[in-house]
Design a protein around this ligand. Structure first.
Ligand code: KIV
Length: 274
């Protein structure tokens, strides 16, 4: 899917809901792509679920570039969008464009950044460099220190109006879609109805134009307690522990490796003559 196709994917116009999931490596990207998702997000949640940091402020551009490369190595049919990590776009438009270029060179087809009108200058600069931009409003994890924790956003009418203004600003600037995270369902519905570009929700209720979840949450691989909005479709963590425990048992009991899992030597001329 390209950004033009994503841009026109409004459910109100009859499009089917967009499906986005995070991906961080070649195997995850391959299997998610095989499942037919529309968009793979190389999210800066890489920090939490893969690298073990407590927040997304600790993932670097080099980390993101390496993992975008790994996802792109799966040659997915799905669109690949990558998060601009903090603070690559807080240090001015030139730094933001350089970071976006690095992600595109690594294999991303667009970039995502957090924030609305106050990011206007960097959004314009990245779009000027011909790189499509996905916005991200609501609970923006890179603002965890400023927000004083991870809290549902836009609960009051005033805060919902500010979010709506930011959403309009991103659309006018030229963003091709918008992630809405951690907002009341009514706000998800209101912003979605007000915009011509699609919204992709995570904890934003059922009325957005698409949904995104973190790969590790969907598959039961997260170490953290999942948020209220997560639906877990498998418990791969338990399957992994069981499989590795059975391998350990087989090694300790001597039943691994079996003859069919072992190599034989070539016969020497003298031995074959016998
Ligand atoms: O990094 C991430 O996983 C994200 C999603 C939560 C949308 O930005």
């Amino acid at each position: 899917m390209n950004t033009q196709e994503i841009r026109s994917s409004k459910r109100a116009s009859g499009a089917r809901p967009l499906v986005m999931i995070t991906a961080y490596d070649v195997a995850g990207a391959h299997f998610a792509d095989q499942a037919g998702v529309d968009i793979l997000l190389v999210g800066d949640s890489l920090a939490n679920v893969v690298l073990g940091h407590r927040d997304t402020l600790h993932v670097t551009l080099d980390d993101m570039v390496r993992h975008v490369g790994a996802v792109s190595a799966a040659s997915p049919k799905a669109h690949v969008v990558a998060d601009l990590p903090w603070p690559t776009y807080h240090e001015g438009p030139d730094a933001a464009v350089r970071a976006a270029v690095a992600l595109v060179r690594a294999g991303a087809q667009s970039v995502k950044l957090e924030g609305g009108a106050k990011r206007a200058e960097v959004v314009s600069a990245i779009l000027d460099a011909e790189i499509p931009v996905m916005g991200h409003l609501g609970l923006t994890p890179q603002s965890v220190l400023a927000m004083g924790g991870y809290r549902v956003q836009a609960r009051s009418p005033e805060a919902a109006q500010l979010l709506l203004d930011d959403a309009h600003a991103l659309q006018e600037l030229g963003a091709y879609s918008l992630v809405l995270e951690g907002v009341p369902s009514s706000v998800g519905a209101q912003v979605t109805a007000a915009l011509e570009i699609p919204t992709i929700g995570i904890g934003a209720g059922p009325d957005t134009d698409g949904q995104v979840l973190v790969f590790h949450d969907v598959l039961g691989l997260s170490l953290a307690t999942p948020a209220k909005f997560v639906r877990r479709y498998a418990d791969l963590g338990a399957i992994m522990t069981d499989a590795v425990a059975r391998f350990a048992d087989d090694v300790r009991s001597g039943s691994f490796p079996a003859p069919e899992e072992s190599y034989g030597a070539l016969s020497t001329p003298s031995s074959s003559a016998q």
